[in-house]
Design a protein around this ligand. Sequence first.
Ligand code: TXA
Ligand code: MG
Length: 333
Amino acid sequence: MTEILKSDKDGIEKAANLLKNDELVAFPTETVYGLGAVATNDMAIKQVFKAKGRPSDNPLIVHVADIATVEKFAENIPESFYQLIEAFWPGSLTLILEATQLPKSVTAGLKTAAFRMPDSKITLELIKTLGMPIVGPSANTSGRPSPTEAEHVYHDLNGKIAAILDGGQTRVGIESTVVDLTGKEPLILRPGAVTLEDLQEILPTIAYDQHLVVESEIPKAPGMKYQHYAPKVPVYMVDLAEISNVPDIKSIAVLCDSKFASDFKYAPVFKLTENNDIKLATHHLYRALREMDQSKFTAIFVQTFATKEAISYMNRLNKASGGKRFDDYNAVN
Ligand code: TXA
Ligand code: MG
């Protein structure tokens, strides 16, 4: 059985002790819950891959509570790193640097490593109490929506990890933005909580790597090649203009703005947001996908958003749906 720990001083100390003793402990961050193990403990890291069912070629993020730790485990750190952390750390930005001294299991054999200082008192306290950096892949079974509550972690990993530090619902609700600083120009590998526009204010030349990774290619962010964030029930993207055409039957779940809720009498609606607030929709997306992932549903319809601010939301929704749209549903039903 996996123990649920309160995120008070005692709980954090207990979590740190478990980690010290080679155990795995899930912890809250401001983005999603992470699955923690000491970043230099090769044996524990291997258990992380096993517990998640994660392919071993997908490297992990090293979570730190100070810059000195990054400087210890990375080399040739560019000036852009310091510019970005000045603006965004602690926060939802993961930075790829040239790695030193980290176990191969953490970096999946790459010469680079990912670092993040989360904006969560609990995470920072945990790392400080432990005195060592921790890895933190999202604490879900590989391929499923990332956990935004302790209960989601419990659902996926009960019995496979020692404990979960319960910090309630995470504030942001999707993962950090991943930026590669090892190339000529800084490159966004995974869109996330920090937007392209935010980043461009600090580094005007930063770009978003939009090319689709093909099967035979070694991707820059290995995690991006797998199907991700997906419930078991098929998910379909539905544009604003199509919402009124979604069948109103009790075997279909609808995730949309609250203004459409009254259009449905039979189909259960999860109100993702109000007044098109994309931050709120993003905050709710994973929880809603998990809540509606029930065998009584044959399909989950999720509203799309078309604004610039919705890039990260749409990135996750695209993966959760495997690119399926309303028309694809109509074609088979
Ligand atoms: O918000 C987050 O980032 C959460 C919380 C817990 O911090 N963590 C998270 O970790 O989302 P994970 O493992 O689910 O996603 C890490 C992503 C993957 O797509 C992985 O391939 C990429 O970062 N990544 C890690 N190290 C890398 C490296 N050296 N080069 C390129 N991509 C890397
Ligand atoms: Mg993940």
